[in-house]
Design a protein. Structure first.
Length: 623
């Protein structure tokens, strides 16, 4: 093929691997070379192009070599290949998805990638890793996600090895409305440096709108691993196509407009609660999901809050303002309804607003030593409170909205099995309304769904995969499901899935709410599944029906002997719902059962539960 003869010329010309027609007049090649290239380039696959790029790079770097023997070609590309280990810690699936995207980018540049969740990675192999790339979220109050706990604890223990030969970089996901923003990523970054590893690129901390920052970090990592040419190729779109030609075109950045099929209140008359059962059509989207996944929903802010904010600032509702970095503009009211978050105050937001209104007094609230006062102020207040409390009227609308966060999607555990409801997805959403600081407050998405979304309306959605919350592959495996309130949603999906697949493993559901008569969500379906044997047993706790409040953890302790026996039989435990209190109480109840029924010490009970998590027998979808 005479490819060797063209090596230096191709590299010097920075040929992009796309199907262009070369000509003698616009290239440094002679007629014979141009004809040869025009025959070869269009016929190459993506893998062949990547391999050939690596070969030519190796050819150029061979000092003093006039030509490379054809027999040496197959060995040239692997000799130049870099290696990288990508580890992710993910609670809801965001870190997992970004880690996969990073792996594809690097593999497209000839990097040999090992991709693994932190729970599946064997820490004793850490010392052999030369390039470690970590993508991790922060959960709760600065805690690592469940599948990162064991690796996090190992790395911060005395058993962690010295890592003098390692390069690393960290992408941290978080939410600036939380005090310990990106804390887990910061901890990993600091600890790896402490162990002697060197930063390949600086850590990047991402807020809820993480797409742009994550993409920039990936480009920096690829460039540092492979050199400037690889960085240019990544930025220029040379990434290999994602696997799976049937993948949906719809995603977090391009949501599908799903038609609302049903929107029902599940609570009975007289209940203090309102819980919406929302059914959406996915027909034509090619969106795929599994039981245990979540659905992202882009909501709208409450029109009343938007109008009050515009009035308080003296703005013109029809004034065009930019809604993204591309310069797209919308009328102000429409932008505040759909594009920007206005119900949450964060420290970064206050810092930006303080720059716009230097005499407002906001800067004083941000001074060192007033952290507790700042925390108290931002808790439960929104943008209208800030505008009124600090007399911000007069700031131009365009300048003000430029510092606001984009509207983040709300993630809900899917309450349906795709096998039971093809081309549909169901949600279980509790409506949030309360009063604070003399004003009515609204849960952005829940009130949007309950008050302003009707059957036939479109709702922008995307599927959020959650590999950390899945039914066991073996349908004979017993499962124990603990989900009070709307936490029961994914278990409706689990049982629907098991019914459709004919799984024969035992199943046990612990469910709780306030009142049996008005708050027993999906009661008819549980009773049918109990009758048909899909659900083996069910224990309920209605906290307001008795003088002493009874919750799901109390029912677990009452059934401790049977529950321990199920654990001994290999049952998988699933917990879904409130992270701040319920999940901790359930975890403590499981530890108590292991101590009482299994004769374990407190330390042994903790280790037992840790092993269950590592074995994917103890999974949580908590928020």
């Amino acid at each position: 093929m005479k490819i060797e003869m063209l090596g230096n010329q191709i590299i010097a010309c920075h040929v992009r691997w796309i199907e262009l027609v070369l000509q003698v007049t616009n290239s440094p090649f002679n007629q014979e070379q141009v004809e040869l290239l025009n025959r070869i380039l269009p016929s190459l696959t993506d893998n062949q192009r990547v391999w050939l790029s690596g070969y030519l790079s190796a050819f150029q770097g061979a000092a003093g070599a006039a030509a490379v023997p054809a027999a040496a070609a197959p060995a040239a590309a692997p000799a130049q290949a870099k290696e990288a280990t990508v580890l992710f810690g993910s609670q809801t699936g965001n870190s997992n998805g970004l880690a996969k995207k990073l792996a594809k980018k690097l593999e497209a540049q000839g990097v040999q990638v090992t991709l693994s969740s932190m729970s599946d990675f064997k820490p004793n192999g850490l010392k052999k890793v030369q390039n470690l790339l970590i993508v991790v979220s922060t959960h709760g109050e600065g805690e690592p996600p469940d599948n990162a706990i064991a690796f996090y604890e190992f790395l911060h223990s005395k058993r962690a090895p010295k890592l003098d030969g390692m390069q690393f970089s960290v992408l941290a996901l978080g939410d600036t409305s939380y005090e310990y923003f990106c804390q887990t990523g910061k901890d990993f970054d600091a600890r790896l440096e402490e162990l002697g590893a060197k930063r390949l690129t600086p850590r990047v901390d991402c807020d809820v709108d993480f797409a742009d920052a994550a993409a920039e970090w990936m480009d920096q990592v690829a460039g540092s691993l492979n050199g400037a040419s690889a960085a240019a190729a990544v930025s220029g779109g040379a990434e290999a196509p994602a696997a799976g030609a049937a993948e949906s075109e719809y995603s977090r950045s391009n949501p599908f407009q799903a038609e609302v099929l049903e929107n029902l209140n599940l609570n009975g008359r007289g209940s203090d609660r309102e819980t919406r059962h929302v059914e959406l059509s996915l027909e034509g989207s090619n969106l795929q999901y599994e039981a245990g996944d979540s659905l992202g929903v882009y909501p709208e802010n409450h029109p009343r809050l938007v109008d009050e904010l515009i009035e308080a600032m003296g703005w013109n509702a029809e004034e065009p303002v930019a809604v993204n970095k591309n310069g797209e503009q919308k009328p102000l009211r429409d932008a505040l309804l759909r594009n920007f978050e206005i119900t949450v105050l964060t420290k970064p937001l206050l810092e930006q607003v303080a720059k716009l209104a230097s005499n407002s007094g906001i800067g004083e609230l941000l001074e060192a030593g007033r952290e507790q006062e700042l925390r108290a102020y931002t808790n439960g207040r929104d943008l209208l409170d800030l505008v009124q409390d600090y007399s911000l009227k007069g700031i131009p609308a365009g300048e003000f909205v430029s510092v606001l966060r984009k509207m983040p999607p709300r993630l809900y555990s899917i309450a349906s099995s795709p096998k039971a409801y093809p081309d549909e997805v169901h949600l279980t959403v509790r409506t949030v309304r309360y009063e604070a600081q003399g004003r009515n407050r609204y849960g952005v998405c829940s009130v949007h769904l309950s008050e302003r979304v009707q059957p036939g309306d479109p709702l922008p959605v995307f599927v959020q995969s959650n590999p950390s919350f899945k039914l066991p592959e073996n349908g004979d495996t017993p499962i124990i499901m603990i989900g009070p309130g709307t936490g029961v949603a994914p278990f409706r999906a689990f049982l629907g899935e098991r019914e459709e697949t004919g799984a024969e493993g035992k199943s046990w559901l612990f469910y709780g709410d306030q009142h049996f008569a008005t708050d027993f969500l999906y009661q008819v379906e549980w009773q049918r599944w109990l009758k048909d044997g899909v659900l083996t047993r069910m224990d309920v706790a209605f906290s307001r029906d008795t003088d002493e409040k009874v919750y799901v953890q109390h029912r677990m302790l009452e059934k401790s002997r049977e529950l321990y026996q199920w654990l001994q039989e290999g049952a998988c435990v699933y917990v879904c719902g409130d992270e701040k209190k319920m999940a901790h109480d359930v975890h403590a109840a499981l530890a108590t059962i292991l101590e009482q029924e299994g004769g374990l010490s407190p330390e042994e009970a903790v280790e037992y539960l840790n092993r269950m998590q590592q074995q994917k027998r103890y999974q949580r979808d908590v928020y």
